[in-house]
Write a protein that binds this ligand. Structure first.
Ligand code: GCO
Length: 451
């Protein structure tokens, strides 16, 4: 059995990583605009000021997507391009850009999947406390409503937030990402609660302003832990560790604190116990808002840990073998995670799943023959896709796959040092070069995953 006939083959990007809009067309500033220039903590002092210049080259990029045969493209909207102050005055020029992009995609037969927040918090809102301010739920709802009002006649698929684990954890706990803070743990729980409330408001407003029925989702991530063997006890150990709650110093890196409230309407018991002294006041009304029903569940999946049942009956991590396969940025290659992750998630949350991101960083270079040979990316993707195929065969409702990424781009604090794209970008000339994996993925799509 292969992939379902209507399986959604896609690729993903995000606004700051590709657009290059800093200082243009009345855009407001966001936290990454500032962090990249002032923190001194981004590799090579790189910024997203120009990035892939997608803002000016989007038509060329759509032509590439069409040539690839993509059925869908997941991109994000820069809140501060649409609402320079985060709330209030709308910037028509910002909306016009996304309108042209969307119309271009539709003309090319590619379905747009919009992500509302892929980490660009408008600076004006940051100054008002950002995620610390309870009003942010309303501000995010307002923004979501504007997007729905303008685009829902043409766009039916939306994701509210991308990876809250990362933008709160890396942004406010470890300080590796914008705004680069090491906030008190207590503050991060309040922020997280407001993040979830904001999600709920966005779901409401997307629907309220929708011109036709829309599919609304959420795109978190997490370590997709998988069992060492198919023995029932190892599967149970992996499942338990998958949804378990870490200690507070790195608490954001978990699945259930971010997904139970949205999909089950409650915070996980284990977390409520463990984090009790840090938690803000949580009302029933909040939980109702947070669990506003969604239609689809996105998940960004890259890797996970191998787990077995320990002799004392608690889950135990199995040490990776010496010389285990790794990506260029040292992430373990663990294709099993994309079988077990969706399986565990579906068991617990019962929602159709989209793999909203999956991909690999490679040390890609232009070879003497002028081409970019990236066999490691082809091998990685083939392995992961075969596990998705297996999950679907076993009854997991996975509806689509978005490769991270369409093209090389600004990899946050790693700047341009990591290349995740199917398409190579020469940042000096902005030339786009098809990597071998792009030709390969085109064939995979054309054959609906057989190749
Ligand atoms: C994400 C990301 C992407 C990254 C990718 C590779 O959603 O994780 O935010 O923006 O570029 O995951 O690290």
């Amino acid at each position: 059995m292969g992939f379902p006939k209507d399986f959604v083959w896609g690729a993903a990007t995000s606004s700051y990583q590709i657009e290059g809009t800093a200082g243009k067309d009345e855009k407001g500033m966001h936290i990454w605009d500032i962090y990249t220039k002032e923190s001194g903590r981004v590799f090579g002092g790189h910024t997203g000021d120009i990035a892939c210049d997608h803002y000016h080259r989007f038509r060329e990029d759509i032509a590439i997507m069409k040539e690839l045969g993509l059925r869908a493209y997941r991109f994000s909207i820069d809140w501060s391009l649409v609402l320079p102050e985060g709330t209030g005055k709308v910037n028509e020029r910002g909306l016009a850009f996304y309108e042209d992009l969307i119309d271009g995609l539709l003309e090319a037969g590619i379905e747009p999947y919009i992500t509302l927040y892929h980490w660009e918090l408008p600076y004006e809102l940051y100054k008002k406390g950002g995620w610390m301010n309870a009003d942010i739920a309303r501000w995010f709802g307002e923004y979501a409503g504007i997007i729905s009002d303008r685009f829902s006649d043409r766009v039916t698929h939306y994701f509210t937030l991308n990876e809250p684990q990362c933008f709160i954890g890396l942004g406010y706990l470890t300080g590796e990402h914008a705004p680069g803070l090491k906030a008190p743990v207590r503050d991060t729980f309040l922020m997280a609660h407001n993040v979830l409330r904001a999600h709920g408001c966005a779901v409401q407003m997307l629907r309220q302003n929708a011109k036709q029925p829309v599919q609304v989702g959420y795109a978190p991530t997490g370590a997709m832990n998988y069992p060492a063997t198919e023995k029932a006890e190892d599967i149970e150990a992996a499942r338990r560790s998958f949804f378990s709650i870490p200690d507070e110093h790195n608490w954001t890196w978990n699945v259930s604190w971010w997904s139970d409230p949205v999909l089950l309407g409650t915070y996980p018991e284990e977390g409520i116990r463990k984090y009790e002294k840090y938690l803000p006041h949580i009302t029933e009304e909040d939980m109702k808002l947070i669990s506003e029903p969604i239609d689809i569940y996105g998940q960004n999946i890259y890797n996970g840990n191998c787990i077995c049942m320990g002799p004392d009956g608690t889950p135990m991590e199995v040490k990776r073998r010496d010389g285990f396969p790794r990506t260029a940025n040292n992430w373990p290659i663990a294709p099993e995670c994309i079988y077990w992750g969706p399986r565990f998630l579906q068991e617990r949350y019962h929602k159709p799943i989209y793999i909203t991101e999956n991909g690999i960083s490679c040390r890609d270079v232009i070879s003497m023959d002028g081409k970019v040979h990236d066999p490691a990316r082809i091998d990685f993707t083939a392995r992961y896709l075969s596990q998705i195929k297996r999950a679907i065969a076993d009854g997991v409702d996975i509806r689509g796959y978005f490769m991270w990424s369409l093209m090389d781009n600004f990899e946050w604090n790693r700047g341009y040092s990591e290349r995740f794209g199917l398409i190579y970008v020469d940042y000096e000339t902005q030339e786009r070069i098809w990597k071998d994996s792009a030709y390969w993925y085109r064939k995979v799509i054309a054959e609906n995953g057989k190749g």
